[in-house]
Design a protein around this ligand. Structure first.
Ligand code: ATP
Length: 205
């Protein structure tokens, strides 16, 4: 089965792409969702994170205080790397497990920080969804309580458009309407389905 990564900057339309792919019957695995799952109450990663960052990051009910964690690692690259070495291998393990049970011609791994975490080379295809920065800002500000400053600080901390584009095998442009995005995804779906068949044939020989 073809392993396809999906990534893009903040507010680029990753969720819009994933949602539409799901209506086409494609399995989409969301790294953010798995990151939540492996750090849910009672998971051993939570104990390891508390050992790294201190017991104050766990609340009275045993839940991880995600805002406290973000704040503690924001200005401390070493702690951030240590946190990632706890969370990322578990996320990869769970996603690979889910992918091995998926049906269909290909499976999508939606990974917002694909480029930043150096994982692009691990996939058969890398789909990048792009939208102009100003549009991304407007869409995110409209959707959430985030302000322009919070958007900018997240945007700056992420890979550049050029870095993402360099890693891309397939580009989706989301500067236009959702209809235009969906039409591009229909074409992408056909390409990936064909590629997957070709890969399966090669594997048979
Ligand atoms: P994040 O990085 O914050 O997780 P994302 O990349 O998943 O965001 P979406 O949530 O898909 O991006 O899109 C951001 C917002 O813009 C959403 O409210 C979405 O409904 C809206 N949006 C996405 N694409 C379009 C479009 N083509 N036209 C209008 N609105 C759009």
């Amino acid at each position: 089965m073809l392993r396809v990564a999906l990534t893009g900057g903040i507010g680029s339309g990753k969720t819009a792409v994933s949602d539409y792919l799901e209506t086409l019957g494609v399995t989409v695995l969301d790294a953010d969702r798995y990151a939540h799952q492996v750090t849910a109450r009672g998971q051993d990663a939570v104990t390891e994170i508390a050992t790294l960052l201190g017991p104050a990051v766990i609340d009275a009910d045993g839940h991880l205080d995600r805002a406290a964690v973000r704040e503690l690692v924001f200005t401390d690259p070493q702690k951030r790397a240590a946190l990632e070495s706890i969370v990322h291998p578990r996320v990869r393990h769970e996603m690979n497990k889910a992918a091995s049970q998926a049906t269909g011609p290909y499976v999508i791994f939606s990974i917002p920080l694909l480029i930043e975490t150096g994982q692009a080379g691990k996939f058969d295809r890398v789909v990048v969804v792009e939208a102009a920065r100003q549009l991304r800002a407007e869409r995110v500000l409209e959707r959430s309580g985030l302000d322009q400053q919070a958007f900018s600080s997240i945007d700056h901390a992420q890979a550049s458009d050029a870095d993402r584009r360099n890693a891309a095998t397939d580009l989706l442009n989301n500067d236009g309407s959702l209809e235009s995005l969906h039409a591009q995804i229909d074409a992408l779906h056909e390409r990936l389905t064909t590629l997957s068949r070709e890969q399966a044939k090669t594997a048979d020989h």
